[in-house]
Design a protein. Sequence first.
Length: 296
Amino acid sequence: MKNNILAFVKAVFKGFGQIMLQGNIWTGVLFIGAIIYDSALMGFAGILANLVGEITAKLMKFDEDHINDGLFGFNATLYGIALVFYFQANIWVWAALIIGSALTTILMGFALKKNIPVFTFPFIMITWIALYVLSIPELALRTVPEHFVDIQEMDDFLIEGHAFGQVIFQGSLVAGLIFFIGVFISKPIAALYASAAVIISVYISHHGHESTDMTNNGIFSFNAVLCGIALSGQRVRDGIYVLIAVIIATYFDHFLIHNGWTTLTFPFVVAMWAMEPVKRLDNWLVAKFSATAETS
């Protein structure tokens, strides 16, 4: 019993870390601390949603290894934080949080079973639905979803911090730097690639004459952060893949925002879907030439 409880707690922490693709307990601990630092309400909502996700996965008898790796917690966590970011908390918001967290978990379970790379799409889809339903009059009042920043005079270093923070709806530089540290202690190269991805996305945004405030606040860069982390690696071509994905994500981000969409992490998901056939071709070519080399 004690071991089961310990495994469940570890899965919850890993669920937070998996938001940035890190199945690391200490990364999750740092992420929880950073979120609570910025907003105790968001921290509570994220933890509650994560617990609902993990419990749902247990009840649905999903793969235990996936549960223990936190793969059923990160979409739910993002969804829970998003709800209290966009709406003033009331009974309808909390009810939607519980129901939606379970739904993100069920969608993730289906995707893992079918080996479909959905990344954060369950969070995106259920959040879009919740934003529509809860916007019905008298269900929930919208907050003003401004991604606040705590320092007005911006430079590249501060943009980096805010870009990491915006991945989980956090606007303070402190939270963003803690997120960076959380990724770095788990996978240093991923954190460094993510930092490089921010620089690329900022250059694209400035070149496209996008809003300076939104660029400085990391709005156009948090999807790039996820691209950098997801495609990081030791090979030279990994850097090329990151570059292509960041370009796709950033331009798609601009397009969605200009057309009135709530983007969330959809640009990241689209970029990853676009890179999926490239990665498959890469793996096929490596396997083919390796086999040829062995037989020659």
